[in-house]
Design a protein around this ligand. Sequence first.
Ligand code: ADE
Length: 238
Amino acid sequence: MKIDILTLFPEAFSSLGTSIIGRACEGGILDINLVNIRDFSNDKHKKCDDTPFGGGAGMLMTVQPIYDAILSVLSQEEKSALLSDKAKKTNVSTKIIFPSPIGKVLNAKKAESLSKYKHLIFVCGHYEGVDERLFQLFPIEQISIGDYVLTGGELPTMVIIDCLARFVYGVISADSLTNESFSNGLLEYPQYTKPRVFNGIQVPDILLSGNHQEVEKWRIEQSLARTKKIRKDLLNKK
Ligand code: ADE
């Protein structure tokens, strides 16, 4: 999967090169590229923001540098597919995402559907927002990572990439995906590793019993109890 990240702050993404995502990049499963929006500004001072028409607080990102930055990462085929009137109906394998608190909130199901695209383009907003014409020029999906406001789209972009990458084949083991929180609509059960006793706290006997059926039953009970206690809303969705 190819991922282009368009940002005014490429240095914010240094942590993407580490751990599981870093390994997926080294292994060629993910191809993540950082594009500095400022490089595309036609302004002689490389300015990428301006005051909002009609007044209001703060600065908005101007549309021209982002427009050209997006065009620079699209192939001719992608341009015709995405920019045609039929883009919404056809099965386009490229998606442009703008993390924003006004989007639908990300969940595991959404992340899994994003993992099926061949090419994702993230546009990171900053300041008070972006000129609305960006959304008239391209089919862009706005995605929120929660009902709160962050200072920019860089952290949400990393959250969304980390979350969807886990569903890309080969990034983590299939087993890890089936036994985690939300995979069955419940929170994950508690887990333990060596030593058997630490600071006087024992690992539950059932996990040492070797009885796989009983272990499985215990895990389901624990998942249910935990979900009921912490996230009752998830049970109502089932
Ligand atoms: N940008 C600022 N706040 C955000 C949020 N909650 N989700 C996604 N993008 C954002």
